[in-house]
Design a protein around this ligand. Sequence first.
Ligand SMILES: [Zn+2]
Length: 172
Amino acid sequence: MTLNCTCGAVTLEVARKPDFIHECNCTFCTSAAARWGYYHPGEVAVGGATSGHRRTDKPSAAAEVHACRTCSTTTHFVMTEAAIAQHGNTMMGVNMWLADPADLAGVEVRYPDGLAWPGAGRADGTMCARLPPCDAPGPRGPPYSFTYSIGTNSPSEHAAPRCKVPPVVLSA
Ligand SMILES: [Zn+2]
């Protein structure tokens, strides 16, 4: 499928639907106006000029959020050099608000409670990427220690009976 920013200058090409979508309530995700689908960087072709921004309130941000240089629409995030050094370049996020809803039919939307994350500093989208589903037992920190990789989340992770907002499966 192809995703476009508002003005059309940036395109993101992905060959498959995301395994799920994280619509996180943390300040990082909401201020970016993004809900994320996760891919290996090799699965996403980005066309057009984007600008990257990374948080400055921590010594080593893990995610760099990109937006269209023309219309400022948030398009995707990539891992920073520091995060890649620690985890490998294993993941990027694509803003699934830019997808045609018909292309997302059948995809589960999850609502991680990133705003309530007890870790230091603000939660961010990379934290969301490793958050267990809302109901999963155990602590949610520390950040940036990815607990699953793309495409390997287990069936039990898909069962999320205790999300603040019930999971929604998108229909065409
Ligand atoms: Zn644009």
